[in-house]
Ligand binder design. Structure first.
Ligand code: BGC
Length: 284
């Protein structure tokens, strides 16, 4: 393989123009100031939705995402809230109801890693990851569902009363030593999502998840920043390139739209084949 071919493979996801599948819909994306959340919020805006850009720390970065969304003609504003705080989540939804009137799409994306060898993991590291990654999804979903149930289906907007997309990870399935808090949070999201989907489908609320593999974002720079790290990462990815945030964003637009109306309680793995046990292609 020539050097040119390698850099072509390493380049971004192929460009696509997103159709306006979400016109007239109101979306909230948590953790939307960077990484996957930023790409999802931007793509939902390009697809025609008005978007609340939730962030916890970096106001300037969230404002830049808002500016980008406005360029595509959609409404957007940034809202600071820690998704693990019941009060802050409630206040975020109150404000959204005031400004946008309702919510049609929740993308529960906020998440973090606090890695440690198991014997050294502190209770603080355990609690932080579980409270943001898992409890945060519960708190945001509960608020969204209350509004979906209050409003019901508006056929001119969507066939569903509301859509929730839980951002999970391949680590809801692949055990991950050195990251047990993170893997446990993602395993929790799997059954949180499936149980909500089962309970709420009769009310025409669609709950699904996306399980990204290795995506080029700030959460995992050590996995792709050097040539050596990138090469090691490729042994885990049959498709031969790292994922880009846009790969996830496009899946989110589809899952939020009526094009996926019969998709309920599913986890969509967007991972270049990472969950296909690549070691077994030549071993076993
Ligand atoms: C983690 C990344 C990791 C990827 C694949 C994600 O959920 O946040 O750090 O690179 O899974 O292992």
């Amino acid at each position: 393989m020539t050097a040119t071919t390698i850099s072509a493979i390493e380049s971004a996801a192929p460009p696509v123009t997103l159709p306006k599948l979400l016109s007239g819909q109101k979306a909230l994306v948590t953790g939307a100031s960077s990484g996957i959340g930023k790409a999802v919020a931007t793509a939902l805006g390009q697809a025609g939705a008005d978007v609340v850009v939730n962030y916890v720390g970096n106001a300037a970065a969230a404002d830049a995402v808002v500016e980008d969304i406005r360029k595509s003609g959609a409404k957007a504003y940034a809202h600071q809230a820690d998704v693990s705080s019941e009060e802050e989540v409630a206040a975020m939804f109150t404000k959204m109801m005031q400004d946008f009137g309702t919510i049609d799409i929740l993308v529960s994306n906020a998440g973090l890693q606090q890695d440690s060898a198991f014997p050294d993991m502190t209770l603080a590291q355990w609690n932080k990851v579980l409270s943001v990654n898992l409890t945060g999804q519960f708190l945001c979903a509960r608020e969204a569902v209350r509004e979906f149930l209050r409003r019901g289906v508006v056929p001119s907007v969507s066939s569903a009363a509301g859509k929730i997309i839980c951002m999970s990870s391949v680590h809801q399935q692949i055990p991950w030593g050195g990251h047990v808090n993170y893997a446990a949070s993602k395993g929790g999201i799997k059954l949180l999502m499936e149980s909500m989907a089962q309970e709420l489908a009769p009310q025409r609320i669609r709950v699904n998840a996306i399980a990204p593999g290795a995506i080029r974002t700030p959460i995992n720079t050590s996995a792709w920043q050097t040539k050596e790290a990138y090469a090691a990462l490729m042994t885990l990815i049959p498709y031969g390139r790292i994922g880009e945030p846009e790969d996830i964003a496009r899946a989110a637009v589809w899952l939020a739209s009526d094009h996926s109306d019969y998709v309920v309680g599913t986890t969509l793995f967007v991972d270049g084949g990472m969950t296909l046990y690549p070691g077994f292609a030549t071993g076993g």
